[in-house]
Ligand binder design. Structure first.
Ligand code: AMP
Length: 216
């Protein structure tokens, strides 16, 4: 199964991808996570991508396509992939089709998680994670039970993404509407798109995604 998760930043793609990994034995490929790792490691790619990410713009197609190609080849014996945050432009989608074709694969399903822009700004600017185990929290919707202490592992350090400020989130949303949304049409023409309501509570979103994946 080759699943593309589409949706604006903060729609819950990462959360849903992690759940599907555990449930269905798929491997999540998140270009955002890969780029953040490159920035943290100070690699050449990280230096090129870091400033662009900080502005909320998209990094050049060839850089992210290269990352995905490497990972597709590195993962063996898996039942499939969840592409989270990739492709994000028509050029990336075309490059992906070529990469997959040459490996005898194709995109099987595209799930679009729809959320209103205003809800996204509130969701993203309030989110933070445990610096130790990565558990996710939110200033309004999910505070740790004991202030300053991670519910899951007891650590006391938390972090926020540097691109989760309101100004950068607005740029990221602009990039989504201008460059990524056209992919809904691209995959619709191939009959692969199912949309789910990302404004619903998390269990309902999960249920709708499961139905979208299990539908013929
Ligand atoms: P994300 O974690 O998916 O929200 O991605 C964070 C940032 O990484 C984005 O705002 C972009 O700057 C960059 N990025 C991640 N994936 C891609 C991609 N497929 N194409 C271009 N830029 C990307």
């Amino acid at each position: 199964m080759m699943l593309v998760l589409l949706g604006p930043p903060g729609a819950g793609k990462g959360t849903q991808a992690k759940r599907l990994e555990n449930l269905r034995g798929l491997v999540q490929l998140s270009t955002g996570d890969m780029l953040r790792a490159a920035v943290a490691a100070g690699t050449e790619l990280g230096r090129k991508a870091g400033a662009i990410m900080q502005r909320g713009e998209l990094v050049p197609d060839d850089l992210v396509v290269g990352l995905i190609a490497e990972r597709l080849d590195a993962e063996k014996d898996v039942s499939g992939f969840i592409l989270d945050g990739f492709p994000r432009t028509i050029g990336q989608a075309e490059a992906l089709d070529e990469l997959l074709q040459s490996r005898g694969l194709q995109v099987d399903r595209t799930v679009v998680i729809d959320v209103d822009d205003d809800a996204l700004v509130e969701r993203i600017t309030g989110r933070f994670t445990c610096a130790s185990c990565g558990e996710g929290y939110h200033d309004r919707f999910k505070r740790p039970q004991v202030d300053g202490v991670c519910d899951k592992c007891g650590a006391t350090e938390f972090k926020r993404r540097p691109d989760d400020t309101e100004e950068v989130v607005r740029s990221r949303l602009e990039a989504y509407h201008a460059q990524t949304k056209p992919l809904i049409g691209y995959y619709s023409k191939q009959g692969k798109v199912r949309a789910v309501n990302g404004m619903a509570d998390i269990e309902m979103v999960q249920k709708e995604i499961d139905q979208a994946l299990d539908a013929a």
